[in-house]
Design a protein around this ligand. Structure first.
Ligand code: PAF
Length: 279
């Protein structure tokens, strides 16, 4: 596997490759990322992963500085997973000057849920993903369904800008107890790690009760939030949305056959976890 740090070398190298399949990451890789590489390999072309911690998608109080940078280990893991190229630019390479041109995804999709609690997050994500797409020029790009809203926002960006890339979602990988794998799980202490499964469990309950007629959706969501809060969590949201546009379903849709998704984000101690379950 070849590790490339500059855009110029990446372009020279990939010019000889056909139909690359791209897996963008921020490094600190775990089994969830490796499953994206395995999904990428199913598409047949050479697999390019990127490792870049993107400052633009962190708020000033968030964990940009303490986000683990583990490139040597990431390279080993990617090699083992059969990845062909790693693009690992430093900040000066990807952002040699302040990135003043930015992608502004539509507020109706990007300022809700994660975007409500992390203002500007999806501007930062879309900007770096568009730039990485320009560098790699992949035919296919694979993103995890764990970041459900991110996958939606990027799929729509690619569609609206007619980007010549197929955006593909890959299923969430979970630990044996059901916790979705995430780089941020590493921040959890032992007791917190044991408690962390309460988030997917609360989403499961919300998803299972989604089609009940006896309770309103607002009441179901409030119960879910209160149940987590009672266990010491600080929930940002636990909510049921339409898969199509991540807006709340009408009562008719909720009680009918509309494809829905239960999405949640909550802080356990200082660690913020997100998860989702389709229903
Ligand atoms: O999902 C992530 O790890 C990041 O948001 C991404 C897509 C690599 C952009 O920095």
């Amino acid at each position: 596997m070849q590790v490339i740090h500059s855009i110029a070398e990446l372009r020279r190298t990939l010019a000889r490759q056909n139909q690359t399949v791209f897996v963008p990451t921020m490094g600190n890789l775990h089994e969830g990322h490796l499953s994206l590489v395995r999904e990428a390999k199913r598409w047949g072309g050479p697999v390019v992963a990127s490792v870049f911690v993107n400052r633009l998608q962190f708020l000033p109080h968030e964990d940009f500085d303490r986000y683990p940078r583990t490139l040597a280990r990431d390279v080993e893991l990617l090699t083992g997973a059969g990845c062909n190229f790693v693009f690992a630019p430093d900040e000066a390479e990807l952002y040699p000057e302040p990135q003043v041109y930015k992608v502004a995804p539509p507020p109706a999709l990007a300022d809700i849920l994660e975007g409500e609690f992390r203002p500007g997050f999806f501007n930062g994500v879309c900007t770096v993903v568009l730039k990485l797409f320009q560098c790699v020029q992949p035919a296919v790009a694979v993103f995890g369904q764990k970041d459900y809203q991110q996958l939606k926002v990027i799929t729509e960006m690619a569609r609206q800008f007619a980007l010549p890339v197929e955006v593909v979602g890959a299923p969430t990988v979970r630990a044996d107890d059901g916790l979705a794998l995430s780089s941020r799980n590493g921040y959890l202490g032992e007791t917190e790690r044991a408690e962390a499964i309460a988030l997917p469990q609360a989403l499961r309950v919300l998803a299972d009760r989604a089609r009940e007629t006896a309770t309103t959706l607002t009441a179901l969501e409030q119960e879910a939030m209160q149940a987590l809060a009672a266990r010491g969590w600080a929930p940002d949201y636990l909510t049921l949305r339409r898969r199509s546009d991540l807006l709340p379903p009408t009562e008719e849709q909720r009680l009918g056959h509309e494809p829905l998704v239960a999405l949640g984000a909550a802080r356990l101690g200082t660690t913020r976890l997100i998860d989702n379950i389709e229903c």
